[in-house]
Design a protein around this ligand. Sequence first.
Ligand code: ZN
Length: 273
Amino acid sequence: MKWSWRIARVAGIDVYLHATFLILLAWVGLSHYLARHSLGDAADGLLFISTLFGIVVLHELGHALAARRYGIRTRDITLLPIGGVARLERMPEDPRQELVVALAGPAVNVVLAILLLALLVPATALRNFGDVQLVGGHFLSKLVWVNVALAVFNLIPAFPMDGGRVLRALLAMRMEYVRATEIAARIGQGLALVFGAVGLFWNPFLIFIALFVWMGAAGEAGMVQMKSALGGIPIRQVMITDYQTLSPHDPVSRAVEHIMAGFQQDFPVVTNG
Ligand code: ZN
């Protein structure tokens, strides 16, 4: 993606930070600072948002490593203000594989939430017994909620979000792939409208997510339709068979005529056959 910097390489996959992410960091830092004019608050806010996006990277790695099991490579992972995007070189066409890849991201958040709870529960129990202060306990419990929220939000069936891919995979097990994609995309666009409407009144980030879902659903549905329409056509039907050649004595205008008349851009120059 343009305007991105590589910040890490995890499991052989480059992780990029998109320039617009810096706007998010600036906004978080500034809004935390302005609330009480405290640099400590600003640092807390930045630490929280960085950890949040660290968790997002782990979520995307969940998808990437599940895809790797099926021999699908991940080009890169890019962090945008609205979340992370793992660019898989393709999505598995076997619905069962797509189901596993789509669920792997939210599964990472579920596991993280359980691990964090396992850390928190004994600490909270201890605090109830004595007067043990748990440093960062509040931070950890916020992270539990972050993971629960990420898992739940991503599982909303708004194709091409994870839940939408789960829906497409489940539908594709029962009907044609193109039809399944069409239905999932239509539901996705319906939910994008809901996100957009809710975003207007509540959280402007949802408007960006709505746009992302709307365009993603339309794009993927179009691609699947095109692939299926062209899928059965053998190459001999679409190759150029009427191939023009030029002789060394032809004027350049003849080449121009050929270019204007067809798709051919390059001409072998032939003498005596
Ligand atoms: Zn995901």
